[in-house]
Design a protein around this ligand. Structure first.
Ligand code: MRU
Length: 343
């Protein structure tokens, strides 16, 4: 699996996901502005990968600080810029908070020392994600039944985390264990993370899949063609409500209607202890042109008004289990999440 985020020779190298699957082009970012722009445009995307990229962005910013610039002023400027890029994915804020602790600890030693410490934080976050992904893969694959036909939404593989992926990692492990018949991949309009990215990853991994339109999910389930659903998350509230790519809620409601288990795989960094319920989660709204245009061509009459909510919230009651690196959490999530965060 390809990691889309690499730090080398003082630059952050990002596999530009806006160009996949047509082209594998790497971006080189040397400033926090370039990193922020890449996150905003979804050149790097997926909650955990965004957190890793932002952490490296902070390190790059500190390297640019003047010798006499107070490091914490520089830090806050870059942190504001990066935190403002995408409001829903909590891993972004979480990574910035971790970096802030390191910046504060080393501030008295000057910008160079802080830059070094921030690079270590970014490396650590990336490394921990690899470990979390492996754990989630093992635990999540154990939930799937023999010969399951699994449906997934958006992209949750290596491209989204830099490791094996969240739900994508579970799917890959289940395939390795011979548990999976095949994967249903929905397109994930409007930016087609399913069609462009998940299909690209599964094809490269040799995992059998079929691409379907988002609107096909109900028909597939009503015909008994889906055994389980697994998706990732951008933020999970303390009560287990799950914010994820727009369309996830629709899939969860259909899964409930057809008694198909609906699983979520997410690292603990995606659980936001400061958010009590899904109602409090800020939902990113993106440019309406992402809805009215496809591959740079208009698909609606000029001037068509459109709404573009990037995420939705699936209530905890529709989620059969949340797979984390610290175990498989079951309802009532208020309790199981509390216990997982406390250990
Ligand atoms: O807008 P995106 O492509 O960043 O949205 C990504 C998702 O919704 C993923 O499902 C989520 O980040 C979990 S990925 C590990």
């Amino acid at each position: 699996m390809t990691s889309p985020v690499r730090f080398a020779d003082g630059a952050l190298h990002l596999l530009d996901q806006t160009r996949l699957p047509a082209e594998e082009r790497w971006l080189e970012c040397t400033t926090p502005d370039e990193v922020a722009d890449a996150i905003r445009r979804l050149a790097v995307r997926g909650a955990p990968a965004i957190g890793v990229a932002a952490a490296y962005g902070l390190a790059l910013g500190m390297r640019m600080a003047d010798r006499d610039e107070p490091p914490l002023e520089r830090f806050e400027r870059d942190a504001d810029l990066l935190a403002g890029t995408r409001p829903t994915a909590v891993n972004l804020r979480w990574a910035i908070e971790r970096a802030r602790l390191a910046a504060e600890e080393h501030a008295s030693a000057g910008p160079e020392a802080v830059a070094g410490a921030l690079e270590v934080v970014a490396d650590t976050i990336a490394h921990e994600q690899l470990h979390a992904d492996r754990r989630m893969a093992d635990l999540g694959a154990g939930l799937l039944g023999e010969g399951d036909r699994v449906l997934t939404h958006c992209n949750t593989g290596a491209l989204a985390t830099g490791g094996a992926g969240t739900a994508g990692g579970v799917i890959a492990r289940a395939w390795e264990w011979g548990r999976l018949a095949h994967v249903w991949v929905d397109e994930t309009r409007p930016l087609l993370q399913g069609a462009r990215l998940t299909a690209w990853e599964l094809a490269r991994a040799g995992i059998p899949f079929r691409l379907v339109t988002d609107a096909s999910v109900g028909a597939l389930m009503s015909r008994g063609l889906v055994d389980s659903v697994i998706v990732g998350a951008d933020r999970i509230a303390r009560n287990g409500d799950v914010a994820n790519k727009i369309g996830t809620y629709t899939v969860a409601v259909l899964a409930s209607r057809h008694e198909v288990p609906f699983y979520v795989a997410a690292p603990l960094s995606t659980i936001d202890a400061a958010t009590a319920t899904g109602d409090e989660i800020a939902i990113e709204e993106r440019d309406p042109s992402e809805v009215t245009r496809l591959a740079d061509r208009p698909i609606a009459p000029e001037g068509t008004p459109a709404a573009n909510f990037a995420f939705d919230v699936t209530p905890a009651e529709l989620v059969a289990a949340i797979v984390t690196e610290r175990g498989v959490l079951r309802p009532p999530y208020g309790e199981s999440i509390g216990r997982a965060l406390a250990t």
